[in-house]
Design a protein around this ligand. Structure first.
Ligand code: 13P
Length: 257
């Protein structure tokens, strides 16, 4: 983390978990144990159907709400989809774009990710853009090439001042939901490379202002070491973010620095 130049963000990605009722229960349990003074921004990204419940439930806790996806068109005949403006109107602040589950299970390409990033920024949302390599790619030694391509594609055509509103989440696919975390060195190497890619595109000032998160089996026991790395400015947390006590432990690790 480097809180001098950029925000630290601890974000939960609930994926397809919790009903609206369970969302309210989570907020009630979180409230008494959430540290009052936070040196990081706390975000919960919830299923689309629970967004308005979440916005209401977390409002007085200074916890921001994020969506897990959007569609890039403004409106029209796209049955089942949700636009950036619809999210913004609900009081949503962040939106996850290009999560590996969406890339793998729902066919999202780098081009679609780029369109979604533009749509989110245009509506005034902050995109959390996920990038990450597969185990095969890591073993082939092409991790940094893969990440560079994903970052360049996601940010193509985005101006420097808009890039400051973007968060990049490095999520190695082999570490997601597996209990197998990247080592702090592995995560730091890739997050450092992501910043270098942005530096090459938009200069040092823009690059140092961008929040870069790590995601993939982050939990209370490994968060501190990961967050101690200069270029890791927070976490995107799946499983551990579903439990208020574990989520708070990770927030506390970010508060210590
Ligand atoms: P886990 O923390 O469950 O590994 O999930 C990480 C993730 O995919 C967050 O977006």
């Amino acid at each position: 983390m480097n809180t001098r130049y950029r925000k630290t963000i601890i974000a939960g990605n609930w994926k397809m978990n919790k009903t609206a009722t369970e969302t309210k229960k989570f907020a009630e349990e979180l409230k008494p144990i959430l540290p009052k003074a936070k040196r990081c921004e706390v975000v919960v990204c919830v299923p689309a159907c629970n967004l308005s419940t979440a916005v209401r439930a977390f409002r007085d806790m200074r916890v921001s709400v994020g969506a897990e996806n959007l569609y890039f068109e403004k409106s029209g005949a796209y049955t089942g989809e949700v636009s950036a403006e619809m999210l913004k109107d609900l009081g949503v602040k962040y939106v996850i774009i290009g999560h590996s589950e969406r890339r793998q299970l729902f066919g999202e390409t780098d081009i679609i990710v780029n369109k979604k990033v533009h749509a989110a920024l245009e509506a005034g949302l902050n995109p959390i853009i996920c990038v990450g390599e597969s185990l095969e790619e890591r073993e082939m030694g092409i991790t940094l090439d893969r990440i560079t391509l994903q970052v360049k594609a996601a940010l193509a055509g985005v101006s420097g001042d808009k890039i400051r509103k973007c968060v990049i989440a490095y999520e190695p696919i082999w570490a997601i939901g597996t209990g197998r975390t990247a080592t702090a060195e592995q995560a730091a190497e890739v997050c450092n490379e992501i910043r270098a890619v942005i530096r090459n595109m938009h200069g040092a000032r823009t690059a140092r202002s961008v929040t870069i998160q790590y995601g993939g089996s982050m939990n209370p026991s490994n968060a501190e070491e990961l967050l101690a790395q200069q270029d890791i400015d927070g976490g995107l947390i799946g499983g551990a973010a579903l439990d208020p006590a574990k989520f708070v432990s990770i927030i506390s690790a970010a508060n210590q620095e």
